[in-house]
Each structure stands twice: as structure tokens, then as C-alpha cells.
Write a new protein. Structure first.
Length: 245
């Protein structure tokens, strides 16, 4: 079997790097999509040094949706799978008073990724093969006062992936939603996170690889999150409001 190709959207993130290392070690060819090509090149050099696998580099700004067709046309080949790890936590307090910041959070986590994966889905559907993996968040399962802008965007992204999965299932194309929960990355370095519920980037990479090899459509990087979020969803709204999460 010829080596398969993975398009990694958000390759310069901590999670993106971990995914790249895991798939490169398994023999996949890599296509790195990132806004900062210099940083993407450093990531590619690190992956190559560790695994011997080379990656092609492609500039992509997730907010420039009018450039998506040209970006996809410029890839060396249509990939066998696409993983989107783009995300922006943002600042909830700032977003409440600054519409521009709120828009940035919403577009970075939902609009941009959804539009790009939708364009990829159309090409995969025409070919008849492919897999799409979107890294969403448990924050999208119920709105919390402390991060509802980010949570709302991830809720939209999760719903989009669910609908895309339903659309593409008859074509035999998989759409997988990965919900990491808390992850210790540069984006969350300033936060105090509970160890039991906090994954590493490599945990997320393992979850992505396991999902590709398995049959689950929705995967949690830490299995305990499935129970936690089931309980959170079952809480009556009056009680949920009192928790001030």
C-alpha cells in the first residue's frame, strides 16, 4: 500500500506537533498548513530529525476563507486525511466588551475551520475516499459563564462535524470529532488545571490515531470526560446557574 498523506491544519500548535510526530512515525506523508511558515518549517525540521519524515509547507490563515480554494489547489496532492487543530482560547472578559475580539474567537474556532473542512469534504466526496478529524472541545457541550464565547464557537464546530458526518457517511467518508478536555499547552500555560482531567498534546495525538484506527465517531482524549460531561449535561438549568462555572 502506498504511504498515506495527512493534511495537518494548525501544524505549529503543540497538539499539531504531537500529531505530526505520531503519524510520521507510522509512515504517513505530511502536509503542514500554518499561518507562520517559518515556525512551520521549524516544526517540520524537528519532526524530520525525530522520524525521518519530511513535510511540505503551505501557508494558510483560517480567517481568509476566500483563499481556501487556491490553498487546496496548491497542495501536492489531495490528502487521504485532514486533521484540524486550529483554535483560539481568547479572553472572555475582553470579548464581552470588544466585538472585534469576540468575532476573532468565534471565527477562529468555528467559522474558519468549518468552511475549510466543508471545502475539503466536497473534494473527498467527489473522490469517494477520505477522513476528516476536527479537534473541538468539551467547552462546547454546555455554556459556562467563564468562557461562553469559546464554548459557543466549539459547540457550533461540534454540531457542524456531526452534520458533516451524517452527510458523508453514505459515501464511506469518516468524520471524527475529538474532544480533548483540558490540555497542557502554550495556550493554557497560564491556567491552573486539574491533573486528573488534563491531557498532554501526546494524549490528544494518541486519541486521534486511535480514532482513525477504530470506529468511534466522537472521542475524548481522557475517557473520564465522557462521564463528566454526561453529568454536566444532565444538571437542571437552575442548578447549573448556581455553580458559576
Amino acid at each position: 500500500m502506498a504511504p498515506q498523506t495527512l493534511l495537518l491544519i494548525g501544524a505549529t500548535s503543540d497538539i499539531g506537533r504531537a500529531i505530526a510526530l505520531r503519524f510520521a512515525a507510522a509512515g504517513w506523508r505530511l502536509q503542514f498548513a500554518a499561518r507562520d511558515l517559518d515556525e512551520a518549517a521549524r516544526t517540520a525540521d524537528d519532526v524530520a530529525a525525530r522520524t525521518g519524515a519530511a513535510a511540505t509547507l503551505h501557508r494558510l490563515d483560517i480567517l481568509e476563507d476566500d483563499a481556501f480554494p487556491a490553498f487546496l489547489d496548491g497542495l501536492p496532492a489531495l490528502p487521504d486525511a485532514a486533521v484540524c487543530v486550529v483554535g483560539l482560547l481568547g479572553d472572555q472578559a475582553r470579548g464581552e466588551i470588544d466585538p472585534a475580539h469576540a468575532r476573532l474567537v468565534l471565527r477562529s474556532n468555528f467559522e474558519g475551520p468549518a468552511l475549510l473542512l466543508g471545502a475539503i469534504a466536497t473534494r473527498f466526496s467527489a473522490r469517494g475516499t477520505g477522513a476528516i478529524i476536527g479537534v473541538s472541545s468539551v467547552a462546547g457541550e454546555r455554556g459556562r459563564g467563564s468562557n461562553y464565547l469559546y464554548g459557543a464557537a466549539k459547540a457550533g464546530f461540534t454540531a457542524f462535524l456531526s452534520g458533516l458526518r451524517n452527510r458523508l457517511a453514505p459515501r464511506g467518508i469518516r468524520v471524527i470529532t475529538v474532544k480533548p478536555g483540558f490540555v497542557r499547552t502554550r495556550m493554557t500555560a497560564h491556567l491552573k488545571l486539574p491533573p486528573l482531567l488534563t491531557a498532554t498534546p501526546d494524549d490528544v495525538a494518541k486519541a486521534v490515531a486511535a480514532a482513525m484506527a477504530g470506529r468511534r465517531d466522537v472521542v475524548y482524549a481522557r475517557p473520564v470526560w465522557r462521564l463528566v460531561m454526561t453529568l454536566v449535561r444532565l444538571l437542571p438549568e437552575p442548578l447549573f446557574k448556581r455553580l458559576k462555572l
